[in-house]
Design a protein around this ligand. Sequence first.
Ligand code: TRP
Length: 361
Amino acid sequence: MSEKIILTGDRPTGRLHIGHYVGSLRRRVELQNAGDYKRMFVFIADAQALTDNVDNPEKVRQNLVEVALDYLACGLDPEKVTIFVQSQIPELCELAFYFMNMVTVSRLQRNPTVKTEIQMRGFEQSIPVGFFTYPISQAADITAFHANVIPVGEDQKPMIEQATEIVRRFNNIYGETLTEPKIMLPDNAACLRLPGTDGKAKMSKSLGNCIYLSDSAKEVKKKVNSMYTDPEHIHIEQPGHLEGNTVFTYLDAFVTDDDFAAFLPEYACLDELKAHYTRGGLGDGTCKKLLLNVLNARLEPIRQRREEWQKDIPAVYEILRKGSEAAREVAANTLADVRRAMRINYFEDAEYIKQQAAKFK
Ligand code: TRP
């Protein structure tokens, strides 16, 4: 049997978009369906979302169900994957509390993801302690389940490195207890960090440059038509540039040869289309139309499944409740091992209490 324990999660701060899809969601569904794992967990990191949304709990609460719907819409199957809610597993806080003793402030300050996020949010001197330490809490999320395969986007790399360091430190001090995680990155470079529709480096809700999984066909059309391409490609005859051309980045992330057969049979594959574009004589309109067709082909089944689940919201909450219960059982087992390893399992062992009694006689 496979030894893989797969785990990954998302902060519920907005609906999920196609950047999440190519960066991680698509892979999760493939992993789920391949079935080569001992156990697979996907969770909604609501406690982590609160680290920089302390004054907006309603936003986190609302997006919990949105993200759950996105999961189910993408095809995650609660029969195969344990879907749970971070805040419902108090053992994660306990583990994070012990991990805090193993990480220095300067190590956290060097975490590149935390660094950029602090800048992005304009935190400077007003960083909440909880936000600053979320890499430690994330290490707890991973290790409480002995997860060893973490399918995430590239921006999460520093988090997995931090978790690995904590595991090594813990096992070194207290004996082999926890499992080292390994990151699983998307294999296609375009999927590592999908830019926004405006060509800016990152697709993000605050920049308003996202295509959401739940966008209607009409919304997707509007967004694709206004997408950033090559500003110097004004007339069709002119040679176009692919570098920084968002339409082509998206095509790289989404299109297959079968899509050409279905939507643009004049070309066999993306390389042919690119060659024509760079040679000149191919308009942005044709490329956008292809992209739109491909996106809608991918998104349509997702939209339909979402609509079905939206008709039964109590069932969605029930999936989360049951998943959280199952996840808690696993985390509680790990924490029992952790307490034992840390010598803080005082009341577990009658023999030990007897020995202590003898010592004080
Ligand atoms: N930090 C991740 C994100 O912003 C969410 C997350 C929290 C996570 N804990 C995790 C991802 C553990 C993988 C493993 O998307």
